[in-house]
Design a protein around this ligand. Sequence first.
Ligand SMILES: Cc1cc2nc3c(=O)[nH]c(=O)nc-3n(C[C@H](O)[C@H](O)[C@H](O)COP(=O)(O)O)c2cc1C
Length: 328
Amino acid sequence: MQKFKTKITDMLGIEHPILMGGMQWITKAEFVASVCNAGGTGFITAESFENDQALRDEIKKMRTLTDKPFGVNISMLPEVGNLADRTLGFLDVVCEENIPFVETAGRKPTLLMDKLKEAGIKVIHKLTSVRHAISAQQVGVDAVTMIGFGSGGHVGMDDVANFILIPQAVRHLDIPVVAGGGIADGRGFLAALAMGAEAVLLGTAFFATEESPVHKNIKEKIVQAHETDTSLIMSSIKNPARCVNNKLVEDVLEAESKGASLDEILALVIGGRGKVSYESGDPEIAPIACGQVAGLIHEIKPVADVVNDIINEACELHDRLDRIALKQ
Ligand SMILES: Cc1cc2nc3c(=O)[nH]c(=O)nc-3n(C[C@H](O)[C@H](O)[C@H](O)COP(=O)(O)O)c2cc1C
């Protein structure tokens, strides 16, 4: 098999430049280990755990499932001021457990940087705009994941698609850029590398795999969704999140159209609902983050097939490009 060696495969010590983004309640040890063992890497999401000890236990479990490098996702609330005590607790665990790299998201990781750097941990900050990426580079992050408008989950306020976002980020930054969102196959992978990305990051495509710990009904919902079957909720509170269309999304959009308050909206989208939906298999009762890329996902595959199919397809496409790029 041909390999793609990039600044990110070198930085993280992984075989393929394919990352699985953190997903609350979902990217736990077994699932993340399946991506690592397939040659990519992923992030255990700290926010899935009740406290520091539970995260520490998960990291220990992870080490019994893979000897490959893996990271932790630290998602923060988009507020100014101090960080939540929870976040600071997770930060200590990550440093004490010698985690090699973290994915930060939600707000600029300035307040985490001293400790992370002291512990020698690489920081990949996930965000949605080039100007914020420049500012993240200034506070010392090692790489950024740029999330385009079609991605699953929080997409920011700029509404810029990956085909513009990635080349702009590559042009303006010195640190490696990871193309986040909208990718499920070799076409998206190779296009991202052609635009200058050093790796890709997938959420929805892994969410719908065999190893994903959610109920089969939820995966089927994603497989059946077309690229037009997602909506942005929470735009009215300036924190838009792309989710698959369902009853709950309809309720939130209706509430927003009637001028619902922040508290009213938060009551509808509260994180615990997702956990119940994923476990019970009822796809209508929670906001289920999902990218437009759902339109490219046609079956529930094992994680290793997602990774290998991407690499194999990208190799074939690379050959095709070689054939059609005629030298004059
Ligand atoms: C079901 C689901 C849950 C997610 N939860 C989180 C999360 O807790 N924290 C986070 O930083 N990103 C979260 N994301 C975003 C992903 O990590 C990733 O950035 C995004 O899915 C990439 O876009 P794609 O879905 O188009 O591949 C979530 C995405 C999905 C699909």
